[in-house]
Each structure stands twice: as structure tokens, then as C-alpha cells.
Design a protein around this ligand. Structure first.
Ligand code: NAP
Length: 318
């Protein structure tokens, strides 16, 4: 019989770790299953300037390390493996990981975040790891003093471009419109960098090269003119999609694949709650994820209290 936890949290980003802190402080037995690479997107971020409490900013991995240590010190247990399946029939819910470890939880909080979106053009797959990446912090160094492109016009694209501009000879931002979606401060910083160039109203048509990426075919969608731009690397930064593949059969998802919620954190299965980017199409910030983590843990605790009251009542009636 697997050990039964009060709350099992799937995901160890700011949502999952905040839920763990609130869960153990409510005196619940808490397990965090953090995935093979725990920590979520903050692990791939450099300076975090917008998480309150750090006047001189904090590095993303350090913020995760601090949150993890805080949750562990308070009593949360951790296991790092990807979850393969969740039995949602009735509590306690059984979770099986990819290495076949089994855990049971009276409640579950899903905080698995979201994954990078890809352009989904066939040649993109050929060059993944051979010039195409979604993480400048991880792979940027391979392109030191070279020319690279960044695709996208949001906050992530600006952050990637800024990071790469410190390493690479030039960074060309390829964006499908002529205005950026990114927050003003990031736009201003990127536009002030001399080695960041801009290709507006432009779509990537194809990635070209032999073993490694050598150039990108780009089409101006206003003029239909196609150009070939030589590049050693391409960083795709076109947003994220929820990592809900393993939940599809079990929990109601919305049309975009995010977990459908009622009352902020409740899923279609009573006793299973949700927090962070996996339920939030709109805000997707570390601080909002942390806030939802707190709410999900409080709701799981309230559910467990109700559970206890209901089972006490039925015991008394017997
Ligand atoms: P995003 O805001 O959704 O931006 C995605 C960008 O990629 C948009 O410019 C979009 O173009 C473009 N795009 C989407 N699909 C495309 C496609 N198929 N082909 C070409 N271009 C495509 O995503 P994000 O930048 O990853 O940010 C996600 C969330 O995380 C946001 O809420 C953001 O504020 C937050 N974030 C915050 C920070 C921070 O420092 N605070 C850092 C990173 C992310 P259109 O503009 O034309 O739609």
C-alpha cells in the first residue's frame, strides 16, 4: 500500500512550492512531486525583478531554491520524477510516476505549469538541439560571437534577446506584427541595444542547413517578399501551452488545454485542485502562480476538514 498523504502537489514551481508551504503550515502531510527537472520556468530565467521582496532582484533558480528550502524546512517531502498517471476515480487518488513509484493523496494540487510552444513547421524538429532552442540561458553560450534570431514579440522574446545580446554578435528579433506585446520596460531595453535588430511583420517559413542550422527563410507578410537570413541559432519564444497531456482523460480541460476551474482552484474532480500557469492563461507570473498556490492549499485544507467532519458524522450515526 502506498503511503497516504493529505496533499500531493504535482509541480515544484512557485505555485507548487507555495502550496506546499501553506499545506504543511496547516499541519497537513504534504508531498511535492517535482518532475525530473523541478522548478519550472524560473529555473531558465536570470534576473527576476518583479517578485516583491527582493529590492536588488533575484536569480530565478535562487528564488526556487529558497522556496524549496522553506517548504522542506517546514516539513514538506519531495520526490522528483514525472507523473505518468493519476487515478481520479475516488480519494485517496493514486499517482504513478514514470519510474513506477506509487503515491496516494487524499487531495491533489496540480501545479504543473506550462511548456514552450513551438512553431510546428517540419524543419524545426530537424534542428532542435542543432541550432534551435527555447532557452537562451541554457543554450546561449553555444552561440557566443555568432548571429542568432529570436522569434516572438512578448516578454519572453525580449528577455531572450537581451540575454543573447550580451553574448552574440547580433540578435535579430523576428516578429509577426509591427508592435510588440512585451511590457514597456523590456521593449525599451531591447530597443536600446545596438546589436539587436528587428524584422517586423515577418513569419519564419523554414529552417535551413545540413546537420546544423545555417539560415532561416523569412516571409514579410505585408509584401510577401521572402528572404534568407544567415544565422547560427534560432530561439523560439512564442509563448507557452499548459502541460496537461497526462490529465486529458481524467479532468475537464478548456478549449486551449488549460485546466477548467470553478471557485478559483477547484477542478471537475472534487478533492483535486489546481494552481499556477496550468489554470491561468492570462497572467502567467511567478507572483500570481504563488498566490494561486496559496489559495489551492487553503482550499485543499478546507476540503480535508470537511472530509473529516463528514466522516466523523457518519461514524457517529453508525
Ligand atoms: P506571450 O506574451 O503569449 O507572447 C508570445 C509572442 O509570440 C507574441 O508576441 C505572439 O505574437 C508571438 N507568437 C505566438 N504564436 C506565434 C506563432 N505561431 N508564430 C509567430 N509568433 C507567435 O508569451 P511569453 O512572452 O512567453 O509570455 C507569457 C507570459 O509570461 C506573459 O504573461 C508574460 O508577461 C509572462 N512573462 C513575464 C516575464 C517577466 O519578466 N515578468 C518574462 C517572461 C514571461 P502576437 O503578439 O502577434 O500575438
Amino acid at each position: 500500500m502506498p503511503k497516504i498523504y493529505d496533499i500531493i502537489i504535482i509541480g515544484a514551481g512557485p505555485a507548487g512550492l507555495t502550496a506546499a508551504i501553506y499545506g504543511v503550515r496547516a499541519n497537513r502531510k504534504v508531498l511535492v512531486i517535482g518532475g525530473k527537472n523541478p522548478g519550472g520556468q524560473l529555473m531558465l530565467t536570470t534576473d527576476v525583478e518583479d517578485f516583491p521582496g527582493f529590492p536588488n532582484s533575484i536569480q530565478g533558480p535562487d528564488l526556487i531554491k529558497n522556496m524549496t528550502e522553506q517548504a522542506r524546512r517546514l516539513g514538506a517531502e519531495f520526490f522528483n520524477d514525472n507523473v505518468a498517471s493519476v487515478n481520479t476515480n475516488k480519494p485517496p487518488f493514486e499517482i504513478t510516476t514514470e519510474t513506477k513509484k506509487k503515491f496516494s493523496g487524499k487531495t491533489i494540487i496540480i501545479a504543473v505549469g506550462s511548456a514552450y510552444k513551438w512553431l510546428n513547421i517540419p524543419s524545426e524538429y530537424k534542428f532542435k538541439g542543432h541550432g534551435i532552442s527555447t532557452c537562451a540561458v541554457c543554450d546561449g553560450y553555444f552561440f557566443k560571437n555568432k548571429d542568432v534570431v529570436v522569434v516572438g514579440g512578448g516578454d519572453t522574446a525580449m528577455r531572450e534577446a537581451l540575454f543573447l545580446s550580451n553574448l552574440c554578435k547580433t540578435v535579430t528579433v523576428v516578429h509577426r506584427r509591427d508592435t510588440l506585446r512585451a511590457q514597456a520596460v523590456l521593449q525599451e531595453r531591447a530597443k536600446a541595444r545596438k546589436n539587436i535588430k528587428w524584422l517586423w511583420n515577418s513569419d519564419v517559413q523554414e529552417f535551413l542547413g545540413n546537420k546544423n542550422l545555417e539560415s532561416v527563410k523569412i516571409k514579410n507578410i505585408k509584401t510577401n517578399k521572402e528572404t534568407i537570413l544567415k544565422t547560427a541559432g534560432a530561439f523560439i519564444a512564442i509563448g507557452h501551452e499548459p502541460a496537461t497531456g497526462f490529465l486529458k482523460q481524467h479532468i475537464k480541460l478548456d478549449a486551449k488545454g488549460y485546466v477548467a476551474v470553478k471557485n478559483q482552484t477547484e477542478t471537475s474532480v472534487p478533492g483535486i485542485f489546481v494552481a499556477g500557469d496550468v489554470r491561468d492563461f492570462k497572467y502567467q507570473q511567478a507572483i500570481t502562480a504563488a498566490g494561486f498556490g496559496c489559495m489551492a492549499a487553503m482550499d485543499a485544507d478546507a476540503y480535508l476538514q470537511g472530509f473529516r467532519e463528514i466522516s466523523n458524522k457518519s461514524k457517529k450515526q453508525k
